[in-house]
Unconditional design. Sequence first.
Length: 390
Amino acid sequence: MLASDKTVERRRAVAGGQIELVGFPRSFAEESWVVDRPIAVARYLKASATPFRYIPVDDGTPQVGGAIYDATGRLVAESERPAGRGRQSQNPATLDRRPAGPMLAGDYVYVGFAIQSYGHFLVETLSRLWWVERLEDLAETSLLLHGWKAREGRQKERSRLPLIGPLLARFGFGPPPVGALNFLSAPWVQGFFDILGVPPGRVAFVPPTGAVVEALRVPARVVTVNGNGHPALPRIYRLIAEKVAGDVRPTARRIYFSRSRLKARRAEGEGRRRAVNEPALEKLLVRNGFEIVHPQELSVVEQIRLVRSAAVIAGCDGSALHNVVFARPGTRVLAFDSRVVENQLAIEQSCGLVSRHLWMGGRMPYGKPPPDWQVDLERVRRNLDFAAGG
């Protein structure tokens, strides 16, 4: 049954009227995805970093382990990765003994888990730099991350000779942490670290044995995955946009982030994360003044400059649409949702964007879309007035 069924044809304004939800199930009743709370950057001497652990479960949400502990062995709660839905952190409140791994000498900033997903890198890793007032403040700063292994265990470490030597030298022995080589070799990771002025030699990973860190700063989280964001969330993205797109003027451009050329990930199955009728959607949007953009074919600088120029940004739910973190306040976002993505809603609300989300999923807001999910083209037609300010 398509989302145009009258039982789910509803429009409501949330987030103070900033976000419109069209056709969403009645069971989805959240009204705000920005939560203010005191945040700070805490500094620890001789902190312990426990290694990443993937914890399979027979039924329910997979669990992950790996966190930071102070010199007395107490858990630093801000180092965990809680989630409104999805993977949860599972770490003891105290440590019985220090990790057996090496001492990491020097001063580090902890920036969370190195998840090999463009969207999660934007909202989780980069957001840990909310405290930076100028990008120059990162000069000589070393970053510390936990590696991340895919749930299905299918990620393979690719040999990158320029990286293996420095990594092994840093850890002193044994293989690099799970996910480290794949993460650093991703062009978009390299692109963002270039913008930040952080070379690979200043990006470290918690070793498989854990480690003791000579000096470590742990910034508070400003994103709870699949939950909410903090008012400080936009800060680092605005600094990045000012650096690489400060000369870009606003235009009337309408862009659509396409998924039609993305390769399906094996773990998800062919077509799982893209609409089967996306070509028809693109034709409809082109007739209404949209440009079709394939973001994976652009550098991160090109993507940011494009977003800064646009008046309207459209896309199906997913990592590419998270690029609106770089958009100007007031930019209009038209989203086609096969599932609820609170991270996207938190981005739009905290960044001052004006958005309309069209529901294309089933009756359960948090269910995964079926492999053959479709965009309701008639619903799109009825809402194209939004692009013109309607």
